[in-house]
Design a protein around this ligand. Structure first.
Ligand code: SAM
Length: 358
C-alpha cells in the first residue's frame, strides 16, 4: 500500500541533520564477554552537574512526549543570541573524556531546529532539561531525540521500549532469503518498537503479512506509531499479549517466526552499562535464569504455529546460548525441526539460531 502524503512527508530525511544516518552510539547490549564488539560510546557519569527541581520536572514532562523531536512542529521562537548562549552552556557541561557529546549536541540542535532557524520544535528550557539528563544521567541519546536510525528507517523510540540494535538488522536479511517469504504470514514476537516487523513488511508483496506481538503496552503504542509512519497498516497487524497467546487463530499457518526476546541472564542485569541498565525496560532485557527462559518458551511453542517448511530465527545472547539452543532443539525436537544452526553477527558471534519446521 502507498503511504499517505502526510506519512510520506514524515519519512523524508532530516534536511537539517548533516548526517542522515548518524548511529549515535552503539550501545552494547550486554556486559558479558559474549557481547558484540561494537564500540560502546558512553557518557561518563557526572552527578556533579546540578539539575534544579524545575528542570527535572520539565525533563520528565518533555520525555513523556511520544512524538520524535524532529517530527514536532517548529513553533517556539528563539533569538539567535539565546540559542548561542544555550550552545555555550551545553558545551561547558561536556567533560573532556566524552568528546562524542559534541556530536550529540550538534544532532540534538539539528533535530530541535525548524526549517526557519528562528523557530525551535520545543521551548529552550525543555531542550536544556533534555541535554542535562543526557549528560548527567546517561539517558540514551535515542530517547532524548525519540528515534533511532535502523537499516534505512528512522524508528521512533521512547522510554519503555528497547532501542533497536544494529546487530538485529541481520534478521531482516535472513527473512528475505527465505523462498517465497514475501507472500507468507510471519510473526514478530516481542516486537518492541516494531522495527523488525515494519522492515520485513516493507519487503513483502501484497499477500504478505506480519503479526507483531508484545506484552508491553508502551511497545504496542510505539510499534503502532512506526507502522503508521511507514504506511504498513495493511501488512502489519499488532497484537497485544504474551508470546504465542495472541496467535491462537494462526496455528499451523505461519511461514515464519522471528523473535529477539529478552535474553540477558537475570544475574547479569546489575552489570549492564548505565545507558542500558538505568534506562531501558527490564521487561525487554531480563531473560531469567541463564537468560534462556523466554527463548525456551518460544522453542516450545514454535511447532504449533509454523506450517510445514516454516522458518524461525531467534536472536540470542551469543555463543553459549546459541550453541545450547541448537543442541537442545536438534536433540529434543529432531522430529519437528531440521537445518537448525547458529548464524554469526557482524562481530563473528553466534548471535542467531535458525531452522525449519519439518
Ligand atoms: C529485546 S526486546 C526486542 C524488541 C524488538 N523486537 C527489537 O529487536 O528491537 C524484547 C521484547 O520482548 C517483549 N516481551 C517481554 N516479555 C514478553 C512476553 N511475555 N510476551 C511478548 N513480548 C514480551 C518486550 O516488551 C520487548 O519489547
Amino acid at each position: 500500500m502507498l503511504a499517505s502524503a502526510a506519512a510520506a512527508a514524515a519519512l523524508l530525511p532530516r534536511r537539517l541533520n548533516p548526517n542522515p544516518n548518524p548511529k549515535p552510539y552503539l550501545l552494547k547490549r550486554l556486559a558479558s564477554s559474549t557481547t558484540t564488539s561494537s564500540s560502546a560510546r558512553t557518557t561518563p557519569p557526572n552527578p556533579q552537574i546540578p539539575i534544579s527541581g524545575a528542570a527535572a520536572a520539565t525533563a520528565a514532562e518533555v520525555e513523556s512526549n511520544p512524538t520524535p523531536l524532529f517530527l514536532r512542529p517548529a513553533e517556539h521562537p528563539i533569538p539567535a543570541t539565546s540559542l548561542a548562549a544555550f550552545r555555550r552552556r551545553a558545551e561547558s557541561l561536556i567533560p573532556p573524556t566524552a568528546p562524542h557529546l559534541h556530536r550529540h549536541l550538534r544532532w540534538l540542535l539539528a533535530d530541535a531546529a525548524g526549517e526557519d532557524p528562528a523557530l525551535l520544535r520545543l521551548p529552550l528550557g525543555d531542550l536544556e532539561a533534555l541535554w542535562i539528563r543526557h549528560v548527567r544521567d546517561r539517558r540514551p541519546f535515542q530517547y532524548v531525540v525519540g528515534n533511532e536510525h535502523w537499516r534505512d528507517m528512522v524508528v521512533a523510540v521512547r522510554e519503555g521500549v528497547l532501542i533497536p540494535r544494529p546487530e538485529t538488522e541481520a534478521v531482516v536479511e535472513m527473512v528475505g532469503n527465505v523462498e517465497g517469504f514475501e507472500g507468507g504470514w510471519w510473526a514478530d514476537l516481542g516486537t518492541g518498537s516494531g522495527a523488525i516487523a515494519v522492515a520485513v513488511a516493507r519487503m513483502m508483496g501484497p499477500k504478505g503479512r506480519v503479526f507483531a506481538t508484545d506484552v508491553s503496552e508502551v511497545a504496542i503504542e510505539v510499534a503502532r506509531l512506526n507502522v503508521q509512519r511507514y504506511g504498513m497498516q495493511d501488512k502489519v497487524e499488532i497484537r497485544h499479549g504474551s508470546w504465542f497467546e495472541p496467535l491462537e487463530d494462526l496455528k499451523g499457518k505461519l511461514m515464519g517466526v522471528i523473535s529477539n526476546p529478552p535474553y540477558i541472564p537475570t544475574e547479569d542485569l546489575p552489570g549492564l552499562q548505565p545507558e542500558v541498565g538505568w534506562h531501558e525496560p527490564k521487561l525487554a532485557l531480563d531473560g531469567g535464569k541463564d537468560g534462556l527462559e523466554h527463548l525456551l518458551h518460544l522453542c516450545e511453542g514454535l511447532s504449533s504455529v509454523l506450517k510445514p517448511g516454516g522458518f524461525f530465527v531467534f536472536e540470542t545472547n551469543g555463543n553459549k546460548q546459541s550453541e545450547f539452543l541448537v543442541d537442545f532443539i536438534s536433540t529434543k525436537w529432531d522430529s519437528s525441526f531440521c537445518d537448525v544452526g547458529a548464524v554469526l553477527d557482524f562481530a563473528d558471534i553466534k548471535r542467531f539460531v535458525t531452522g525449519y519446521r519439518r
